[in-house]
Design a protein around this ligand. Structure first.
Ligand code: F6P
Length: 341
Protein backbone atom coordinates (compact mmCIF):
# COMPACT_ATOMS: atom_id res chain seq x y z
CA UNK A 1 0.00 0.00 0.00
CA UNK A 2 1.15 3.62 -0.58
CA UNK A 3 0.00 6.02 2.13
CA UNK A 4 0.21 9.82 2.23
CA UNK A 5 0.11 11.60 5.58
CA UNK A 6 -0.23 15.32 6.33
CA UNK A 7 -0.71 17.65 9.30
CA UNK A 8 -2.97 20.65 8.79
CA UNK A 9 -4.32 23.56 10.84
CA UNK A 10 -2.83 24.82 14.09
CA UNK A 11 0.01 22.65 15.39
CA UNK A 12 -0.55 20.55 18.46
CA UNK A 13 1.65 18.46 20.77
CA UNK A 14 1.43 14.84 19.62
CA UNK A 15 1.39 15.38 15.84
CA UNK A 16 4.85 13.86 15.48
CA UNK A 17 3.79 10.89 17.59
CA UNK A 18 1.00 10.16 15.08
CA UNK A 19 3.35 10.50 12.10
CA UNK A 20 5.84 8.15 13.76
CA UNK A 21 3.15 5.64 14.60
CA UNK A 22 1.76 5.66 11.04
CA UNK A 23 5.24 5.03 9.63
CA UNK A 24 6.06 2.29 12.16
CA UNK A 25 2.82 0.41 11.65
CA UNK A 26 2.69 0.87 7.89
CA UNK A 27 6.35 0.37 6.95
CA UNK A 28 7.48 -2.16 9.55
CA UNK A 29 4.34 -4.23 10.06
CA UNK A 30 2.70 -4.00 6.62
CA UNK A 31 5.64 -3.32 4.29
CA UNK A 32 3.89 -0.16 3.01
CA UNK A 33 5.44 2.96 1.61
CA UNK A 34 4.63 6.26 3.34
CA UNK A 35 5.05 9.79 2.04
CA UNK A 36 4.52 12.97 4.05
CA UNK A 37 3.05 16.09 2.43
CA UNK A 38 4.57 19.38 3.52
CA UNK A 39 2.52 22.11 5.18
CA UNK A 40 -0.83 20.37 5.31
CA UNK A 41 -3.22 20.35 2.36
CA UNK A 42 -0.89 22.80 0.62
CA UNK A 43 1.59 19.95 0.11
CA UNK A 44 -1.05 17.73 -1.47
CA UNK A 45 -2.31 20.56 -3.69
CA UNK A 46 1.22 21.43 -4.83
CA UNK A 47 2.53 17.86 -4.86
CA UNK A 48 5.19 18.83 -2.34
CA UNK A 49 6.19 15.80 -0.27
CA UNK A 50 8.97 13.58 0.99
CA UNK A 51 9.35 9.89 1.67
CA UNK A 52 8.94 8.90 5.30
CA UNK A 53 10.99 5.92 6.40
CA UNK A 54 12.10 4.79 9.84
CA UNK A 55 15.08 7.15 9.84
CA UNK A 56 12.80 10.09 9.01
CA UNK A 57 10.73 9.54 12.14
CA UNK A 58 13.54 8.54 14.52
CA UNK A 59 13.56 10.58 17.72
CA UNK A 60 10.36 12.55 17.05
CA UNK A 61 7.97 10.93 19.55
CA UNK A 62 8.53 13.56 22.23
CA UNK A 63 9.06 16.51 19.89
CA UNK A 64 6.44 19.26 19.72
CA UNK A 65 5.17 20.79 16.48
CA UNK A 66 5.15 18.75 13.29
CA UNK A 67 8.14 17.63 11.23
CA UNK A 68 5.94 17.97 8.13
CA UNK A 69 4.94 21.57 8.75
CA UNK A 70 1.38 22.83 8.74
CA UNK A 71 -0.78 25.56 7.22
CA UNK A 72 -4.40 26.63 7.17
CA UNK A 73 -4.69 26.22 3.39
CA UNK A 74 -7.73 24.10 2.42
CA UNK A 75 -8.63 22.48 -0.93
CA UNK A 76 -11.85 24.52 -0.91
CA UNK A 77 -9.74 27.73 -1.03
CA UNK A 78 -8.88 26.92 -4.66
CA UNK A 79 -11.43 26.71 -7.44
CA UNK A 80 -9.85 23.47 -8.67
CA UNK A 81 -8.72 22.28 -5.21
CA UNK A 82 -10.57 18.97 -5.17
CA UNK A 83 -9.57 18.10 -8.75
CA UNK A 84 -5.96 19.03 -8.09
CA UNK A 85 -5.89 16.82 -5.00
CA UNK A 86 -7.49 13.95 -6.94
CA UNK A 87 -4.94 14.33 -9.74
CA UNK A 88 -1.97 14.20 -7.39
CA UNK A 89 -3.35 11.24 -5.44
CA UNK A 90 -3.71 9.37 -8.73
CA UNK A 91 -0.29 10.46 -10.11
CA UNK A 92 1.41 9.40 -6.88
CA UNK A 93 -0.44 6.09 -6.79
CA UNK A 94 -1.72 6.68 -3.27
CA UNK A 95 -4.04 4.06 -1.78
CA UNK A 96 -4.81 6.09 1.34
CA UNK A 97 -4.40 9.61 2.71
CA UNK A 98 -4.24 10.23 6.45
CA UNK A 99 -4.87 13.91 7.25
CA UNK A 100 -4.29 14.82 10.90
CA UNK A 101 -6.19 17.93 11.90
CA UNK A 102 -8.95 19.77 13.70
CA UNK A 103 -12.36 21.06 12.71
CA UNK A 104 -11.35 22.81 9.45
CA UNK A 105 -9.04 20.01 8.32
CA UNK A 106 -11.64 17.35 8.97
CA UNK A 107 -14.24 19.31 7.00
CA UNK A 108 -11.79 19.38 4.09
CA UNK A 109 -11.12 15.66 4.60
CA UNK A 110 -14.84 14.99 4.43
CA UNK A 111 -15.14 17.04 1.24
CA UNK A 112 -12.36 15.04 -0.42
CA UNK A 113 -13.77 11.79 0.88
CA UNK A 114 -17.16 12.59 -0.61
CA UNK A 115 -15.36 13.31 -3.87
CA UNK A 116 -14.13 9.71 -3.75
CA UNK A 117 -10.62 10.04 -2.31
CA UNK A 118 -9.46 7.32 0.11
CA UNK A 119 -9.29 9.26 3.39
CA UNK A 120 -8.82 8.11 6.98
CA UNK A 121 -8.80 11.12 9.32
CA UNK A 122 -7.07 11.57 12.66
CA UNK A 123 -8.49 14.28 14.97
CA UNK A 124 -6.18 16.72 16.73
CA UNK A 125 -6.64 19.97 18.60
CA UNK A 126 -5.61 21.40 21.92
CA UNK A 127 -9.17 22.78 22.13
CA UNK A 128 -10.68 19.26 22.60
CA UNK A 129 -13.76 20.30 20.66
CA UNK A 130 -14.12 17.46 18.14
CA UNK A 131 -17.49 15.92 18.98
CA UNK A 132 -16.93 12.32 17.97
CA UNK A 133 -13.96 11.61 20.22
CA UNK A 134 -13.90 11.74 24.02
CA UNK A 135 -10.52 13.45 23.93
CA UNK A 136 -8.12 14.86 21.34
CA UNK A 137 -4.38 14.64 21.87
CA UNK A 138 -2.77 17.99 22.64
CA UNK A 139 -5.48 18.90 25.11
CA UNK A 140 -3.76 17.26 28.08
CA UNK A 141 -0.52 19.08 27.27
CA UNK A 142 -2.26 22.44 26.85
CA UNK A 143 -4.14 22.04 30.12
CA UNK A 144 -0.87 21.15 31.86
CA UNK A 145 0.88 24.24 30.51
CA UNK A 146 -2.05 26.49 31.43
CA UNK A 147 -2.33 24.98 34.91
CA UNK A 148 1.35 25.48 35.62
CA UNK A 149 1.07 29.09 34.45
CA UNK A 150 -1.96 29.65 36.71
CA UNK A 151 -0.14 28.19 39.72
CA UNK A 152 2.73 30.58 39.05
CA UNK A 153 0.46 33.56 38.48
CA UNK A 154 -1.24 33.03 41.83
CA UNK A 155 1.90 33.92 43.73
CA UNK A 156 2.46 37.16 41.83
CA UNK A 157 -1.24 38.09 42.04
CA UNK A 158 -1.09 37.53 45.80
CA UNK A 159 2.09 39.57 46.23
CA UNK A 160 0.54 42.55 44.44
CA UNK A 161 -3.02 42.07 45.64
CA UNK A 162 -4.22 42.06 42.07
CA UNK A 163 -6.90 40.57 39.90
CA UNK A 164 -5.24 38.58 37.12
CA UNK A 165 -7.33 37.75 34.09
CA UNK A 166 -5.64 34.85 32.33
CA UNK A 167 -6.66 34.22 28.72
CA UNK A 168 -6.29 30.68 27.46
CA UNK A 169 -6.99 29.27 23.98
CA UNK A 170 -10.43 28.09 22.99
CA UNK A 171 -12.03 29.77 20.03
CA UNK A 172 -15.45 28.17 20.26
CA UNK A 173 -15.26 26.10 23.42
CA UNK A 174 -13.97 26.49 26.94
CA UNK A 175 -12.43 23.09 27.64
CA UNK A 176 -8.93 24.40 28.37
CA UNK A 177 -10.35 27.19 30.54
CA UNK A 178 -12.57 24.76 32.45
CA UNK A 179 -9.91 22.13 33.10
CA UNK A 180 -6.99 24.43 33.86
CA UNK A 181 -9.25 26.67 35.94
CA UNK A 182 -10.49 23.73 37.98
CA UNK A 183 -7.01 22.23 38.32
CA UNK A 184 -5.51 25.50 39.54
CA UNK A 185 -8.46 26.55 41.69
CA UNK A 186 -9.28 29.71 39.73
CA UNK A 187 -11.84 32.04 41.30
CA UNK A 188 -13.89 32.47 38.15
CA UNK A 189 -13.94 30.65 34.83
CA UNK A 190 -15.37 32.29 31.73
CA UNK A 191 -16.15 30.19 28.65
CA UNK A 192 -17.64 30.92 25.21
CA UNK A 193 -20.53 28.52 25.84
CA UNK A 194 -21.91 30.78 28.56
CA UNK A 195 -21.75 34.51 27.70
CA UNK A 196 -20.76 36.32 30.86
CA UNK A 197 -22.63 39.06 32.67
CA UNK A 198 -20.13 41.70 33.78
CA UNK A 199 -22.20 42.61 36.84
CA UNK A 200 -22.25 38.99 38.01
CA UNK A 201 -18.55 38.55 37.35
CA UNK A 202 -17.72 41.76 39.21
CA UNK A 203 -19.88 40.65 42.15
CA UNK A 204 -18.19 37.25 42.22
CA UNK A 205 -14.66 38.66 42.24
CA UNK A 206 -15.70 41.48 44.58
CA UNK A 207 -17.16 39.00 47.09
CA UNK A 208 -13.75 37.41 47.38
CA UNK A 209 -12.13 40.71 48.34
CA UNK A 210 -15.00 41.47 50.75
CA UNK A 211 -14.31 38.12 52.41
CA UNK A 212 -10.81 39.37 53.15
CA UNK A 213 -8.93 37.66 50.31
CA UNK A 214 -6.20 39.70 48.72
CA UNK A 215 -6.18 38.54 45.10
CA UNK A 216 -8.24 36.81 42.45
CA UNK A 217 -7.53 34.72 39.38
CA UNK A 218 -10.03 34.71 36.53
CA UNK A 219 -9.50 32.25 33.64
CA UNK A 220 -11.13 33.25 30.39
CA UNK A 221 -11.25 31.39 27.07
CA UNK A 222 -10.21 33.64 24.18
CA UNK A 223 -13.59 33.19 22.45
CA UNK A 224 -15.69 34.24 25.48
CA UNK A 225 -18.06 37.15 25.01
CA UNK A 226 -20.30 39.18 27.30
CA UNK A 227 -24.05 38.71 27.35
CA UNK A 228 -25.70 41.12 24.89
CA UNK A 229 -25.86 44.59 26.40
CA UNK A 230 -23.77 43.60 29.45
CA UNK A 231 -20.73 45.76 28.57
CA UNK A 232 -19.12 47.48 25.62
CA UNK A 233 -17.05 44.88 23.85
CA UNK A 234 -14.78 44.75 20.82
CA UNK A 235 -15.23 41.34 19.19
CA UNK A 236 -12.36 41.81 16.71
CA UNK A 237 -12.55 40.64 13.12
CA UNK A 238 -11.49 37.82 10.80
CA UNK A 239 -8.12 36.68 9.51
CA UNK A 240 -7.39 35.85 5.86
CA UNK A 241 -8.90 32.37 6.27
CA UNK A 242 -12.07 33.66 7.89
CA UNK A 243 -11.04 32.65 11.43
CA UNK A 244 -11.79 34.96 14.33
CA UNK A 245 -9.06 37.47 15.09
CA UNK A 246 -10.01 38.25 18.68
CA UNK A 247 -9.55 41.73 20.11
CA UNK A 248 -8.47 40.38 23.52
CA UNK A 249 -11.19 39.50 26.00
CA UNK A 250 -8.74 39.41 28.94
CA UNK A 251 -7.52 42.94 28.27
CA UNK A 252 -11.08 44.22 28.03
CA UNK A 253 -12.12 42.41 31.20
CA UNK A 254 -9.08 43.69 33.08
CA UNK A 255 -10.00 47.29 32.25
CA UNK A 256 -13.61 46.79 33.23
CA UNK A 257 -12.93 44.91 36.48
CA UNK A 258 -10.22 47.36 37.58
CA UNK A 259 -12.59 50.24 37.06
CA UNK A 260 -15.55 48.55 38.78
CA UNK A 261 -13.67 47.01 41.73
CA UNK A 262 -11.07 49.69 42.32
CA UNK A 263 -8.43 46.94 42.40
CA UNK A 264 -5.39 46.64 40.15
CA UNK A 265 -6.14 44.19 37.36
CA UNK A 266 -3.79 42.79 34.73
CA UNK A 267 -4.37 40.65 31.66
CA UNK A 268 -2.09 37.69 30.90
CA UNK A 269 -2.43 36.01 27.51
CA UNK A 270 -0.90 32.53 27.43
CA UNK A 271 -1.30 32.18 23.65
CA UNK A 272 0.75 29.74 21.61
CA UNK A 273 2.88 28.62 24.54
CA UNK A 274 -0.05 26.24 25.20
CA UNK A 275 0.59 24.54 21.86
CA UNK A 276 4.36 24.41 21.85
CA UNK A 277 6.83 21.92 23.20
CA UNK A 278 6.81 18.31 24.21
CA UNK A 279 3.52 16.37 24.56
CA UNK A 280 2.57 14.74 27.85
CA UNK A 281 2.73 10.96 28.16
CA UNK A 282 -1.07 10.83 27.83
CA UNK A 283 -1.00 12.72 24.53
CA UNK A 284 1.87 10.60 23.16
CA UNK A 285 -0.05 7.41 23.90
CA UNK A 286 -3.33 8.65 22.40
CA UNK A 287 -1.56 10.01 19.31
CA UNK A 288 0.32 6.74 18.85
CA UNK A 289 -2.90 4.73 19.12
CA UNK A 290 -4.66 6.98 16.60
CA UNK A 291 -1.81 6.53 14.10
CA UNK A 292 -1.83 2.74 14.51
CA UNK A 293 -5.59 2.50 14.05
CA UNK A 294 -5.62 4.85 11.05
CA UNK A 295 -3.23 2.51 9.20
CA UNK A 296 -5.35 -0.50 10.16
CA UNK A 297 -8.51 1.21 8.89
CA UNK A 298 -6.76 1.99 5.60
CA UNK A 299 -5.82 -1.67 5.22
CA UNK A 300 -9.41 -2.71 5.86
CA UNK A 301 -10.50 -0.21 3.18
CA UNK A 302 -12.52 1.73 5.77
CA UNK A 303 -12.36 5.15 4.13
CA UNK A 304 -14.34 8.27 4.96
CA UNK A 305 -13.74 7.48 8.62
CA UNK A 306 -12.01 9.09 11.57
CA UNK A 307 -10.17 7.53 14.52
CA UNK A 308 -11.82 8.36 17.85
CA UNK A 309 -11.44 7.56 21.53
CA UNK A 310 -14.56 6.18 23.22
CA UNK A 311 -13.90 5.28 26.82
CA UNK A 312 -10.62 3.38 26.55
CA UNK A 313 -11.25 2.03 23.04
CA UNK A 314 -10.20 3.47 19.70
CA UNK A 315 -13.13 3.25 17.28
CA UNK A 316 -13.78 4.47 13.74
CA UNK A 317 -16.56 7.02 13.16
CA UNK A 318 -17.82 8.46 9.86
CA UNK A 319 -16.09 11.73 8.95
CA UNK A 320 -19.41 13.20 7.85
CA UNK A 321 -20.80 12.67 11.36
CA UNK A 322 -17.64 13.95 13.04
CA UNK A 323 -17.81 17.37 11.37
CA UNK A 324 -21.49 18.03 12.08
CA UNK A 325 -21.08 19.76 15.46
CA UNK A 326 -18.44 20.83 17.93
CA UNK A 327 -18.15 19.35 21.42
CA UNK A 328 -19.00 22.21 23.76
CA UNK A 329 -18.67 22.33 27.55
CA UNK A 330 -21.95 20.97 28.94
CA UNK A 331 -23.70 23.13 31.48
CA UNK A 332 -23.31 20.59 34.27
CA UNK A 333 -19.52 20.52 33.81
CA UNK A 334 -19.49 24.29 34.22
CA UNK A 335 -21.74 24.03 37.28
CA UNK A 336 -19.36 21.53 38.90
CA UNK A 337 -16.54 24.02 38.44
CA UNK A 338 -18.59 26.82 39.94
CA UNK A 339 -19.49 24.95 43.12
CA UNK A 340 -15.85 24.79 44.13
CA UNK A 341 -14.82 28.31 43.20
O1 F6P B 1 -7.56 25.44 17.14
C1 F6P B 1 -6.44 25.50 17.92
C2 F6P B 1 -6.09 26.92 18.25
O2 F6P B 1 -4.95 26.89 19.05
C3 F6P B 1 -7.21 27.72 18.89
O3 F6P B 1 -7.34 27.49 20.26
C4 F6P B 1 -6.78 29.13 18.58
O4 F6P B 1 -7.88 30.01 18.56
C5 F6P B 1 -6.21 28.99 17.22
O5 F6P B 1 -5.77 27.67 17.09
C6 F6P B 1 -5.09 29.96 16.96
O6 F6P B 1 -4.68 29.79 15.66
P1 F6P B 1 -3.42 30.50 15.00
O7 F6P B 1 -2.21 29.74 15.42
O8 F6P B 1 -3.68 30.39 13.54
O9 F6P B 1 -3.39 31.89 15.53
Amino acid sequence: MRIGVLTSGGDCPGLNAVIRSVVHRAVVDHGDEVIGFHDGWKGLLECDYRKLDLDAVAGILARGGTILGSSRVQPAHLVDGVERARGHVSDLGLDAIIPIGGEGTLKAANLLSQAGLPIVGVPKTIDNDIASTDVTFGFDTAVGVATEALDRLKTTAESHQRVLIVEVMGRHTGWIALHSGMAAGAHAIVVPERPFDIDELTARVGARFEAGKKFAIVVVAEGAKPRAGSMEFNEGGKDIYGHERFAGVAQQLAGELEHRLGKEARAVILGHVQRGGTPTAYDRVLATRFGWHAVEAAHRGEFGMLTALRGTDIVMVPLAQAVETLKTVPSERYDEAETVL
